[in-house]
Design a protein around this ligand. Structure first.
Ligand code: SF4
Length: 342
């Protein structure tokens, strides 16, 4: 039996999907969702009309099963009440696991450490990030014992502890404003940010994303001027960006354990802040103003396109020229990352 250190953001347990009430951009569209085999089996066992209904909306490719997109690229099970029809008819256990889990990323592992988190591709999560945390991100930690896990070596445990201490220190420093100069002056030139945007993969069927990224691409030549204006006129902007940087650092620095290198991972934190900042600047430039709702919106669009794509995460780590041709194994227990559509 191993001792495990578990961590989650303070707002993790407060999150409730608001898909059938206030959520503006439900996630039940445009994803070609992979099914877990337990649910595939269940769908093949359903009898009568329910069986026909579920089976006519799924397909198999190379041994894997997916949900077929319906009209307007909507999930065929999304009903007029904005609820999952399979869940309504057959209970919550009939929903595929990925829908039940999203937008949570569970059990991200590093040695004896386990992280559960929420990803900002869901606008409601972005709302928690900027509203529930007051002026700083907080995390809840607890030690537990897990019979199914083998004790890790002392050497790995020691390395993980050191890395966590480094990461936590950086998260604190970012929140306290220790890096404002490097945070608010782009680490990449406009041209380099442009190349990164060109190489990224987008959620292309999502109109709102494409519009905002096109605007961001179009302001690159004037970005320094817009940035100055942005921080001069929006008093909360620096605080939001510090919170954003702390959020990215908390998650992305863990990759040092797998990557065994710091440079790309550190660059990815600052690059992520700058790409999200660029979306904010594009929004600000267009509206002539910027408020909390804009911040939440931009974070959500960033998350939807950049944060859930392994390809894009690796672009952030400076593997820009080769990333398009490489395949990245999903070694982090995330069932979501490889399935950015298309
Ligand atoms: S985007 Fe978030 S709140 Fe909206 S339906 Fe999806 S999980 Fe629920």
């Amino acid at each position: 039996m191993a001792k495990i250190l578990k961590e989650k953001p303070s707002y993790f347990d407060k999150f409730v999907c608001t898909g059938n009430t206030t959520c503006k951009d439900d996630c039940c569209h445009d994803w070609v969702l992979p099914m877990d085999m337990e649910t595939v089996k269940k769908y093949h066992e359903f009898e009568g009309e329910l069986g026909e209904y579920v089976r006519s909306n799924i397909f198999e490719e190379n041994g894997e099963w997916f949900i077929r997109l319906g009209e307007n690229a909507k999930c065929p099970f999304f009903n007029e009440n904005r609820l999952c029809e399979v869940r309504v008819r057959a209970g919550e256990k009939a929903q595929i696991k990925i829908c039940d889990m999203y937008p949570r990323e569970l059990n991200i592992m590093a040695g004896h450490y386990r992280l559960d988190r929420l990803i900002i591709s869901c606008e409601e999560v972005a709302r928690f990030l900027y509203t529930d945390t007051k002026d700083r991100l907080e995390f809840v930690r607890e030690w537990t014992e897990d019979e199914s896990v083998k004790e890790v070596s002392d050497e790995l445990k020691d390395r993980v502890e050191k890395l966590l201490a480094f990461r936590d220190g950086m998260v604190e420093a970012l929140q306290a404003g220790a890096f404002d100069i490097s945070l608010f002056e782009a680490v990449d030139s406009g041209e380099e940010l442009g190349k990164l945007l060109d190489d990224a993969i987008y959620f292309e069927c999502h109109e709102r994303s494409m519009e905002l990224f096109a605007k961001a691409r179009s302001i690159l030549a004037q970005v320094d001027e817009i940035r100055r204006d942005f921080y001069d006129s929006i008093s909360e902007a620096k605080g939001w960006m510090r919170r954003t940087a702390a959020y990215f650092a908390h998650r992305q620095l863990l990759d040092c354990i797998q990557d065994e290198k710091m440079d790309g991972v550190l660059a990815s934190v600052f690059r992520a802040v700058h790409v999200l900042e660029l979306l904010c600047l594009a929004r600000f430039h267009e509206k002539g103003d910027f408020d909390l709702e804009d911040m939440i919106y931009c974070a959500h669009i960033y998350g939807l396109n950049l944060e859930i794509s392994m390809h894009n995460i690796n672009l952030m780590k400076e593997v820009r020229n080769s990333a398009k041709d490489e395949e990245y194994p999903d070694g982090e227990n995330s069932m979501l990352r490889p399935f950015l559509y298309p």
